[in-house]
Design a binder for this molecule. Sequence first.
Ligand code: PLP
Length: 411
Amino acid sequence: MRTNSATSAKNAQRSLRLEQNNIMENKQFETQAIRAQLERTDYNEHSAPLFLTSSFVFDTAEEMRAAFNEESDDFIYSRYVNPNTSEFINKVCLLEGADAGFATATGMAAIFTTFMSILKSGDHVVSCSSVFGATHAVFTKYFPKWNISYSYFNTNNANEIEKLIKPETKFIYLETPTNPAIELIDLELVAAVAKKHNILLIVDNCFATPYLQNPIKYGADLVIHSATKYMDGQGRVLGGIVVGKKELVHDIYLFGRLTGPSMSPFNAWVLSKSLETLALRMDRHCENALYVAQKLEGHAQLENVSYPFLPSHPHHAIAKKQMKAGGGIITLTLKGGYEAAKQFLDKLQMIKISPNLGDARSIVTHPASSTHCKLSEEERLKVGITPGLIRVSIGLENKEDILNDLLSALK
Ligand SMILES: Cc1ncc(COP(=O)(O)O)c(C=O)c1O
């Protein structure tokens, strides 16, 4: 775990720290995302170097003992934390307004490590029902094996959510916007429910990114990201991160350092560089997505076009309240169900069919037959995944080219 607090002079000499970290807290998002970086080494490099090393050395046995016992902040072993993962964690902490974080190999590793460090047999979780397919599989397939139960909500009604809370409920878990139905959950409302019942609120902020939405500002205790998506932004590396309150993250870090879901230094190095352009990229993703959604709304072949910043979206007011812009994902529901959806996907010329999202390249996914195929038809319909639903991750290409490819496949 790395924290934002100033480190001792001794530690600053021994291990690399964030350059000007203390002044970064007062800077704007774009500046933090670029300027919060590791201190220079003796080589005076401008851009932070890659530390491909499994472990670190100590001058004395006493220094190694102190590091293992968390009496110093020295780097020990890259399964715990490494200068590159430290840089990435510190940046995300600044951007999300968090105290501390732990970086993992994938988004699912961040979710699973968080769950496992907090939960024990007999505990209960309340979650929004529209969650990423693999997260749903953890709830439904694995939780019962460990005697952990869950209840789903699909509402922005505080009373309905409260009814699900039991004495053994440990946290409320949610995604907003949800994957893939793009439903919005009112962060302020759910945070108030969690606070009232003295339980934690954990938010998967993957679709919004810290640029568009900061759940901690609304009362979330922990925020999780699949860094594989917009944080990387170019479909190159996998990664995950959980950030939030120091004491909670410390437990997650201790569990992670023992069980080994950690992010690789190389991926952290790539992701730290990617964060430098997150704001620019998100502005363009949002501009392109809104444009395409507006142009496709009302198309004769489409039953529905969903995008949080379209006034027709049922949760438009919530989106406007908690998001800076609508994000890069739109959904299209084709008239004619699965057959029409398949034909549409196969007719696309430029945009490729792939399970990823948040890439510079636009991507289409048919959730019912891929990312959410493990759900029963009934479960899918409950969370808005109809046979004709297509998720479009709008990329950074010229918006007319994206629109024209989609329009020609709708003919
Ligand atoms: C909302 C959300 N959370 C978590 C994940 C899992 O992330 P990863 O693929 O990096 O494990 C995904 C992946 O698509 C996602 O969309």
